[in-house]
Design a protein around this ligand. Structure first.
Ligand SMILES: *Cc1c(COP(=O)(O)O)cnc(C)c1O
Length: 384
């Protein structure tokens, strides 16, 4: 059966060019880049090249790039380092709509003596700059705000928010896992101190991430050990995946314009097709400030999980909010923070597209989704 993959905010297909770039590092070039001998040492230049490719996507410097094992490790490392380098400060500012990688980390530090401010969002999922300004105090250690939301796709005003933190001498971290490759992020202009990305959200395999640390920002390692990564992260470099991430970043840069035009148009076509043919549904989030491939649609009075199962039978992969919360019947923390009414929040379905999706796939979905929703509504106990 054909698979129509509309779940790219959960993970992405590995680009064939990425696989190809990685293969030699499993077969011939399996040495340790730190070795003194030529066989191992020759691998180091490929790690350097990947560091340049990753830096290039963000207009950063190669020495500002730290390779990690995933987006979650990058997020944990950023917060850890900020707290360790400023032991006198005890306040963290974040939002109520972060990924669990930040939410759970903030909650951990809260249990360990820190105060956490979680900024709320309005019904469109947007943050309030005045609330943010009021949250920043001389005791604030770090601000961590996502560049774009994984569930509804909202893009937050990170350039402005980072500037406001900088004016007050406060460290600013952004979880840019969803924004990387989709939003143009120029770190020579946007004054964030740290930024996280994850390979598997940009067509690289799972198990590699990156933390950007601006030159001059004090740093303490989260993982201690050998002198790898200039002493910033112990552990022998994951060379094949580092090479893969370099290639994925290079491809992301090449495809960014297409992402913002062709992929956005496919998303718009899918969204408009559903809204036109399904009664009582609405879009969650802010269509005016949103990732190009994401739409989150609520179908009143039915269960999101049921929608997913029916779509699955058609070979369509989508998601009800974040993969981490699916399996439970609680509406997602993001939709709750947005005050989406229960009967809409419960049925919210996220479709996230990428450069591999086609118009035929979108049209197939538009053709079948109205009947799926009608069947479920006919069965639904909720009727009003
Ligand atoms: C997927 C995701 C992460 C976690 O990245 P992993 O590499 O899976 O650990 C963090 N933040 C956001 C916004 C994400 O979408």
């Amino acid at each position: 059966m054909q698979v129509i993959y509309f779940d790219n905010n959960a993970t992405t297909k590995v680009a064939p060019e990425v696989t190809e770039a990685m293969l030699p590092f499993f077969t011939e070039l399996w040495g340790n880049p730190s070795s003194m001998h030529t066989f191992g040492g020759q691998v180091a230049k490929y790690v350097d090249q990947a560091r340049e490719q990753v830096a290039d996507l963000f207009n950063a410097k190669p020495q500002e790039i730290l390779f990690t094992s995933c987006g979650t490790e990058s997020d944990n490392t950023a917060i850890w380092s900020a707290l360790q380098t400023q032991p006198d400060k005890k306040h963290i500012v974040t939002t109520a709509v972060e990924h669990p990688a930040i939410l759970e980390t903030a909650a951990f530090w809260e249990r360990n003596g820190y105060t956490v401010t979680r900024l709320g969002v309005d019904e469109k999922g947007n943050l309030d700059l005045e609330e943010y300004a009021n949250a920043l105090t001389p005791d604030t250690d770090i601000v961590s705000i996502m560049y774009a939301n994984n569930e509804v796709g909202n893009i937050y005003p990170i350039p402005k928010m980072a500037e406001m933190a900088k004016e007050r001498g406060i460290l600013f971290h952004t979880d840019a896992v969803q924004a990387a490759g989709k939003v143009d992020i120029d770190l020579a202009k946007v004054p964030v101190d740290m930024l996280s990305i994850s390979g598997h959200k940009i067509h690289c395999p799972k198990g590699i991430g990156m933390l950007y640390i601006r030159k001059g920002v004090l740093f303490r390692p989260f993982i201690r050990g050998g002198h790898q990564e200039s002493g910033r992260r112990g552990g022998t470099e994951n060379v094949p995946y580092i090479v893969g991430l370099g290639k994925a970043c290079q491809l992301a840069k090449e495809h960014m314009a297409e992402e913002q035009t062709r992929v956005a148009a496919l998303r718009d076509r899918l969204e408009a097709g559903i809204l036109a043919h399904v009664p009582e549904c609405k879009v969650n989030g802010d269509p005016a400030h949103r990732l190009p491939g994401t739409t989150n649609i609520a179908f009143r009075n039915i269960e999101g999980e049921a929608v997913l199962l029916m779509l699955d039978r058609l070979g369509i992969c989508a998601s009800s909010g974040s993969a981490c919360t699916s399996g439970s019947l609680e509406p997602s923390h993001v939709l709750k923070a947005m005050n989406v009414p229960f009967k809409y929040a419960h049925s919210s379905t996220r479709f996230s597209l990428c450069r591999y999706n086609t118009e035929e796939e979108v049209d197939f979905a538009i053709e079948h989704i109205p009947a799926v929703i009608k069947t479920l509504r006919d069965l639904s106990p909720f009727k009003d």
